[in-house]
Ligand binder design. Sequence first.
Ligand code: AMP
Length: 526
Amino acid sequence: MTNDNLYQLLHSRFPADENAAFLDHARGTLGYRDADEAGARIAAVLAEAGVGKGARVVVQVAKSPEAVTLYLACLRLGAVFVPLNPAYTAAEVGYFLADASPRVLVCDPAREGELAASAPADTRLLTLGADGAGTLVQAADAAPPRWEIARCAGDDLAAIVYTSGTTGRSKGAMLTHANLAVNALELHEIWHWEPGDVLLHALPIFHVHGLFVALHCAMLNASRVIFLDRFDAAQVIARLPEATVMMGVPTFYTRLLERDDFSRETCAGMRLFISGSAPLLAETHTRFRARTGHTILERYGMSEAGMITSNPYAGARVAGTVGFALPSVRLRIADEAGRPVPPGTVGVLEITGPNVFAGYWQMPEKTAAEHRDDGWFITGDMAVMDETGRVSIVGRARDLVISGGLNVYPKEVETEIDQLPGVAESAVIGVAHPDFGEAVVAVVARAPATQSATQSGATQPDDRQPLDEAAIGTALADRLAPFKRPKRVVFVDELPRNTMGKVQKNQLRERFADLFRGPRPSAAPR
Ligand code: AMP
């Protein structure tokens, strides 16, 4: 009988050389064999705490090699790994604990007291610090390794990943061993992983990108991983010459480009730069190629399905597009009723395939609401597909602006604004408006050279500055139909982003909610 436990697959690909390096980190190097053993010892500790198949283990810790071995230990036991962003407050963690009812919570030693109060009575608390210290490793060091790899079916749960959920309660996407395995094998193949590849890893590991996409590919390839605590441009530039593959969010690439010491030579040994989790600006794509000679490969995915599309390794990697459906993923762009729309038409991106999650944890209604009757998952992203099947993401459906009854896709407006001289980047949002229902509002960050030294927060345009609201209005006049043009342009120092580089449009919507309310509602529209 086969064992579909993901760890069985990963383990089968570990290098034959017992000394082969896995995680090369700030405190030393953890070999594949040692990672396997460390995971087996942690598995023993967890098992002793009552963790068996299907039990949840909630983990809110800093990025560390021990956190990776903790993940491997959970897989080994057939337990359900539930990673949380270390930035969550105790109150937020309290919600996840109540929702996931874990057998074990692993948290930073510094937060033990605070989190103990929010943990259910029957949840055992263990600690793990960024330096590896804490009760988990202490106990693991003294435990005999538990080598057994629990027998799992493909549809057994391996992880619950809570979506960043900008509205309402965060939902736990249930991912199975098969979801993760199929996706990892496909990515390993389509991105042409080669013997000797070295991955530079600067992503967080509480998220699909850094934990599943990056680490699974590396493990399937028996690769060495340059495992950095976090993204630091100087450190990345120092280590890139040793690497061949890097995965990043778009901000990594813009930050690298800001540095004069980031050059073609830095990237001489690189084979592949991959970007995802948020849209990569076409400008970044172009500047990166001009500076380094490398064309960033952009892909698209989400917590609920891992990776969904990718630009081709060998074919054209087109800026502003996320490429084609992965081999096992079926994809359609549909109207509100789930009917496919013709190529070139914007619609909702819907998918089906072995990578698609098993539903939201304890939320059958939400799960049903986000699936069509024929079982296809409604991603919530608006997209357009060309005749060849190449996909471009237009934005989240909830970010769509409906102004005077007409649909405005923020990406289209942002793309026009981003091209204007003096603009660093923009975010287009809908704001309640007495006449239009919603009005298009552009939030613009000026390029550094044009930013006023005294500006902070949202400001009104200033006559002395070359880039102001009027200038943007004039520039857009012959590029966009009137209903798509911003009714207001506001300037900020920078756009709010989360750790994964996603612009937090909900924060912008809240911040500018009253733009058209108050004493002069009719002064705003132009
Ligand atoms: P998460 O579940 O946190 O990984 O967020 C998934 C969401 O990120 C997707 O539904 C998209 O809205 C967005 N996303 C991921 N990759 C891309 C990309 N390459 N371009 C545009 N949006 C992306």
